[in-house]
Ligand binder design. Structure first.
Ligand SMILES: Cc1cc2nc3c(=O)[nH]c(=O)nc-3n(C[C@H](O)[C@H](O)[C@H](O)COP(=O)(O)OP(=O)(O)OC[C@H]3O[C@@H](n4cnc5c(N)ncnc54)[C@H](O)[C@@H]3O)c2cc1C
Length: 220
C-alpha cells in the first residue's frame, strides 16, 4: 500500500521519526476507534467537537443532526481538522521531563463533502452500524424518511493526512539510569463492562452474537 503525500501542513516536526504517512498505518489507527474530535472555526472562535466516525476506503465519515452547528458549518465549506487518538500507555521515566505516553493518532485536514445520494447514504450508514455490530443493520426497523432527512453524513477525503505513533518504554538521560528511581510503562486498554439488557426488551429476545462480554472491535 502506498503513502499519503506529506505537505507543509502535515509535516510532523517534534519527534518526527514517530510520524508516518503510510496508508496502512493510518488506516489501522482509524479502524481501531470510533470517536474523533473535529476542529473548525466560526468567526473568531475555534471549536473542537467530539463525534463518532467510521472509515470507508479513502474517506472518513461523520454524521449528525442536520440542524447541528458543526454539520452546517462544515457543509458550508469550513476548513476542518479531524483527529483520532488512542492512548496505549503511561510512560514513567526517571525525571519528570522524560515522562511520556504511548499513543497512536491521526490528523486529517480538509473540507468535507455531503453524502447526498440516498442509496449511498444508506449504504454508508449501514456500514457504520455493521462496522460496530456486524449484521445488525438488516435486523433493524428500516429508517424512516424523517430520520433520513434529520441525519446528515459528511465525508473527509483522506488526502492531507498524518499519523504519529509512540511505543516502548521511557527514554531517560544516560546518567539518570544510575538513579534508584522506578521507571516503566503502565499499559492502557479500553475494555467492555457487563452488558445491560434494556429493561423494555420483550422477554426471551435473544442477545445477538455481536454483543459479547468483551468488545471484539476495540483495539483490533
Ligand atoms: C463520544 C461522543 C460521540 C458523539 N457522537 C456524535 C455523533 O456521531 N453525531 C453528532 O451529531 N453528535 C455526536 N456527539 C455529540 C456532539 O459532541 C455535539 O454535542 C453534537 O453534535 C451537538 O452539536 P451542536 O451543533 O448542536 O452543538 P454546538 O452548537 O456545536 O455546541 C454549542 C456549544 O455546546 C457545547 N458542547 C457541544 N457539544 C459538546 C460536548 N460534546 N461536550 C461538551 N460541550 C459541548 C460547546 O460549548 C459548544 O460550543 C458525540 C459526543 C460524544 C462525546
Amino acid at each position: 500500500m502506498s503513502a499519503y503525500t506529506q505537505t507543509e501542513r502535515t509535516r510532523v516536526r517534534r519527534a518526527h521519526e514517530r510520524g508516518s504517512y503510510d496508508k496502512e498505518t493510518v488506516h489501522a489507527i482509524l479502524d481501531a476507534g470510533f470517536v474523533c474530535h473535529v476542529g473548525f472555526a466560526v468567526e473568531d472562535q475555534t471549536y473542537v467537537i467530539p463525534t463518532l466516525y467510521w472509515r470507508e476506503g479513502e474517506r472518513v465519515m461523520i454524521h449528525g443532526s442536520t440542524a447541528s452547528r458543526m454539520i452546517r458549518v462544515l457543509q458550508a465549506g469550513a476548513d476542518a481538522c479531524l483527529t483520532v487518538t488512542h492512548v496505549d500507555g503511561l510512560v514513567l521515566a526517571r525525571s519528570a521531563f522524560h515522562h511520556s505516553a504511548n499513543f497512536r493518532s491521526v490528523v486529517i485536514l480538509g473540507k468535507t463533502h455531503t453524502i447526498d445520494d440516498p442509496a449511498e447514504k444508506e449504504h454508508v450508514l449501514k456500514n457504520f452500524v455493521d462496522g460496530l455490530y456486524p449484521g445488525r443493520w438488516d435486523g433493524l426497523r428500516p429508517m424512516l424518511d424523517k430520520e433520513d432527512k434529520a441525519t446528515t453524513v459528511l465525508a473527509f477525503d483522506l488526502k492531507e493526512v498524518s499519523a504519529k505513533v509512540r511505543t516502548g518504554g521511557p527514554i531517560d538521560d544516560e546518567e539518570d539510569y544510575a538513579l534508584p528511581i522506578w521507571a516503566g510503562t503502565i499499559p492502557l486498554t479500553t475494555t467492555m463492562g457487563e452488558v445491560i439488557p434494556d429493561e423494555r426488551l420483550i422477554p426471551g429476545t435473544p442477545q445477538p452474537d455481536y454483543v459479547p462480554n468483551g468488545i471484539p472491535f476495540l483495539n483490533k
